[in-house]
Design a protein around this ligand. Structure first.
Ligand code: GDP
Ligand code: MG
Length: 441
């Protein structure tokens, strides 16, 4: 998926403005890319529709070029579908909080029980793992091994303690939790290779017996399209509050995540990324989105540009350029401040109307310089700021003393300002060599 999208975006990158054809061509490619990644068709349709609508609509930003805009929209819509903010466990008002795991055999429930147990214990909880999978002969032993590794106690059936009856085991585990002050109970249940009625009934019976605070549907991210059908079957048969996605280390495409989230409306809460207990974290929609896009660097640049050039600032700049008033020292200072916020990313300067030309002037200016420049300008009288031509030798000395700088620095600044002013005048006359189109002007 990532390769595919990357090539879509690189073909967009060279264009100046986003036309209807651009949008349609991009949408076609994104559709193919998502289908290739096993995203379910209805999900793909909705996704494309949203992206298209937004690409056409309001958000024509001055800070971003068309390709960046599309990347931004795709990224934001991915995050949206994947669930927006991270969802956390809802703890019961009166402990124990009961978490029940459900899912197909091999989905990773038992492993997840250990991971979740260790993770919760690391946050000052006192979890108890419960072996309510009595279907397979070694299922109980497997959980005990996992529990030992995670250093989390395991409640397993013993003679006279619910042997052979997973519902009874689950019920008794709650008593055990109260006796031994376990504030969280994690119930591991049985799965089958395929969805079947008896398994669903057993899971539903356990659910009814223990009234879980969270039922987690555990699903293998590698099963692709099948994930949707399975997720739906479990939703109808048992019901669940959230999803834990496993084996994300194996499948880089993330289609299952997208589909399940969209079709079931349940948040994805956890991500499991390996066999070790540590390969586990809360699910982060924005990470998954950028993994699907696999354009971390681009996204970082965009976020940075976005944050720095809030729409307001950009339009303020545009106004300065459009007005008949001359470019002043205050404008100069403001522009320097805006450009500095970007850090050493020279190429982003081109995104701003007029700023491309400031680049050379600002080469080598760092935060400390900017502080000194600010101090110098603040040490000028309003008359001097209004008309820097009046700044003669004695005024320079006074300004240097007032700002704690050298006379030479004051002179240098005034010279640079005159250059910038000249440039701005040329720009306003539409006489700008090598100036890329200034959107909205
Ligand atoms: P259960 O049948 O649902 O309880 O699944 P298990 O917890 O027994 O896991 C089935 C297999 O998948 C085991 O071999 C696990 O080690 C493996 N497994 C579980 N989670 C992950 C994961 O996130 N990544 C990888 N690579 N393997 C996993
Ligand atoms: Mg198991």
């Amino acid at each position: 998926l990532s390769d595919r999208l990357t090539s879509v975006f690189s073909s967009l990158r060279s264009k100046g403005r986003l036309s209807e054809e651009d949008i349609n061509a991009t949408a076609r490619e994104i559709r193919l890319a998502l289908l290739e990644a096993d995203v379910a068709l209805p999900v793909v349709r909705d996704f494309i529709a949203k992206v298209k609508e937004r690409a056409r609509g309001e958000e024509v930003s001055r800070a971003l070029n068309p390709a960046q805009q599309v990347i931004k929209i795709v990224n934001e819509e991915l995050i949206e579908i994947l669930g927006g903010e991270t969802r956390e466990i809802r703890f019961a008002k009166t402990p124990p909080t009961v978490i029940m795991l459900a899912g197909l055999q091999g989905a990773g429930k038992t492993t997840l029980a250990g991971k979740l147990g260790q993770w919760l214990a690391g946050q000052r909880n006192t979890p108890l793992l419960v072996a309510a999978d009595l279907q397979r002969p070694n299922a109980v032993t497997q959980l005990q091994v996992v529990g030992e590794r995670a250093r989390v106690p395991v409640f397993a059936p013993e003679p006279g303690n619910g042997v052979g009856d997973p519902v009874e085991v689950a019920r008794r585990s709650l008593e055990e939790a109260e006796r031994n002050n376990h504030n969280v109970v994690i119930i591991d249940t049985a799965g089958r290779l395929g969805v079947d009625e008896e398994m669903m009934r057993q899971a539903a019976d356990i659910r009814d017996a223990v009234k879980p605070d969270e039922v987690l549907f555990v699903v293998d991210a590698m099963i692709g399209q099948d994930a949707v059908a399975t997720a739906q079957a479990f939703l109808d048969g048992v019901g669940y509050d959230a999803v834990a996605l496993t084996k994300l280390d194996g499948d880089a495409r993330g289609g299952a995540a997208l589909s399940i989230r969209h079709i079931t409306g349940r948040p994805i809460m956890f991500a499991s990324t390996g066999e070790k207990l540590e390969d586990f974290d809360l699910f982060h929609p924005e990470r998954m989105a950028s993994r699907i896009l696999d354009m971390g660097d681009v996204l970082t640049l965009i976020e940075k540009a976005q944050r720095t050039f809030e729409e307001e600032e950009v339009s303020k700049m545009a106004k300065t350029l459009a007005s008949d008033d001359d470019f002043t020292l205050d404008d100069f200072l403001e522009q320097m401040g805006m450009v500095r916020k970007l850090g050493p990313i020279g190429n982003l300067l081109g995104m701003m109307p007029g700023m491309g030309q400031m680049k050379d002037q600002l080469a080598g200016v760092d935060d400390k310089d900017l502080d000194r420049i600010t101090a110098i300008i603040r040490s000028m009288t309003p008359a001097e700021r209004d008309n820097p031509k009046i700044i003669n030798g004695s005024r320079r000395l006074r300004i240097a003393n007032g700002s704690g700088t050298e006379v030479g620095e004051v002179s240098g600044l005034v010279t640079r300002f005159f250059e910038a002013q000249k440039m701005m005048r040329q720009m306003k006359n539409g006489n700008m060599p090598g100036m890329p189109g200034m959107p909205g002007m």
